[in-house]
Design a protein. Structure first.
Lengths: 108, 112
């Protein structure tokens, strides 16, 4: 079993739709959690950190469920520019583990 | 914007050549990482460093080597490149407080 698992997609959604991604992690000692965005042939960039209390940044909401060991990302009112691969990242001490990524395609 | 730089951005070389991919950051981060990523595929950690004179191999076996003589510099070397080394190589450093990873723009290597 992979340490961090994501549905690879692709998720094809119309503009304006709400889409949610989940990510599960296997190590209960995981300490910090992030969502990164990676555009085609570009480097990953931090989208948002994920806190136990949940956090929101504009149209994006991230949540952490430690009991079930998953994190989620909700995107409301999808824009064409949201098309990218979304990477779940889990840290334990010094170790950084990436999920395989979920590809999102927002369609006009 | 993150202050982490990779050179060269693109490199096409013949089999058997020795190459070094450069990575430098000006943020004073101790932790640095090298990832390998094929198009449309996941990131694989190949090397990491927790500070000067500290280097470790990552999850994916790699024929490359790294060094960390200075905090700001983390070069990756392939002694004898092969077509199987064709890939994108991404360097990153990690902030001490938030744990955020900052990536360079990548070095896209093609071995003929």
């Amino acid at each position: 079993r992979k340490e961090v698992e994501q549905d690879p997609g692709p998720f094809n959604v119309p503009e304006g739709a709400t889409v949610a991604f989940n990510c599960t992690y296997s190590n209960s000692a995981s300490q910090s959690f992030f969502w990164y965005r990676q555009d085609c042939r570009k480097e990953p960039k931090l989208l948002m950190s994920v806190y136990s209390s949940g956090n929101e940044d504009g149209r994006f909401t991230a949540q952490l469920n430690r009991a079930s060991q998953y994190i989620s990302l909700l995107i409301r009112d999808s824009k064409l520019s949201d098309s990218a691969t979304y990477l779940c990242v889990v840290n334990i001490d010094q170790k950084v583990t990436f999920g395989t990524g979920t590809k999102l395609q927002v369609i006009p | 914007e993150a202050d982490i730089y990779q050179t060269p951005r693109y490199l096409v070389i013949g089999t058997g050549k020795k190459i070094t991919l450069e990575c430098s950051q000006t943020m004073g981060h101790d932790k640095m990482y090298w990832y390998q990523q094929d198009p449309g595929m996941e990131l694989h950690l190949i090397h990491y460093s927790y500070g000067v004179n500290s280097t470790e191999k990552g999850d994916l076996s790699s024929e490359s080597t790294v060094s960390r003589i200075r905090t700001e510099h983390f070069p990756l070397t392939l002694e004898s490149a092969r077509p199987s080394h064709t890939s994108q190589y991404l360097c990153a450093s990690r902030g001490p407080t938030t744990g955020e990873l900052f990536f360079g723009e990548g070095s896209r290597l093609t071995v003929l």
